[in-house]
Design a protein around this ligand. Structure first.
Ligand SMILES: C[S@@+](CC[C@H](N)C(=O)[O-])C[C@H]1O[C@@H](n2cnc3c(N)ncnc32)[C@H](O)[C@@H]1O
Length: 149
């Protein structure tokens, strides 16, 4: 299991009943770590790559069958989640959050519950070549945590 993603998920400070949205879930490794921590909560995960979502579904099949998780193919820019609301929304190494964090944040904030929070983890350019865990932790503290509280 990825120590990088374990460190990311620990920083989400999840409660068992949280409703969680992950953007750009890739193979669904962080999704698994989130589901392990939920009891009564729910995870929605999206990725624009159908191949990635297929892999994430395979990996998280028990959680999907239990009604704890769902996975959709969609780009963030085209995502329609209707009136769903989430307590935690997060993305790890998703380009839009690096290139245009204000736009990415504006897109996801409409799905935040009252008191919800957005977390974006991107590699810090200043620390390229440094340990991934370090750069991700540095970045989330500085850039990308927004609270609607
Ligand atoms: C570098 S991978 C990171 C995967 C995973 N989050 C991780 O850290 O291991 C980026 C993932 O985000 C997805 N992605 C990139 N831009 C996206 C967007 N605008 N909307 C949805 N998914 C996106 C890609 O398809 C890819 O699976």
């Amino acid at each position: 299991m990825s120590e990088r993603l374990r460190s990311v998920v620990e920083q989400l400070d999840l409660r068992p009943d949280d409703r969680v949205l992950e953007i750009g879930c890739g193979h669904g490794v962080a999704a698994t770590l989130v589901c392990e921590r939920l009891d009564g909560g729910h995870l929605t995960a999206v990725d624009r790559s159908a191949k990635m979502i297929e892999a994430a579904i395979r990996r998280n099949a028990p959680y999907i069958e239990a009604g704890k998780a769902e996975f959709f193919v969609s780009a963030l820019e085209d995502l329609d989640l209707g009136d769903r609301r989430f307590d935690k929304i997060f993305a790890v190494r998703v380009g839009l959050f690096h290139r245009d964090p204000d736009r990415a944040r504006a897109i996801v904030e409409r799905w935040l519950s009252a008191g919800g929070a957005v977390f974006a983890f991107v590699d810090s350019p200043a620390r390229r070549g440094a340990a991934v865990e370090t750069s991700l932790v540095t970045r989330v503290g500085r850039l990308a945590r927004t609270s609607a509280r």
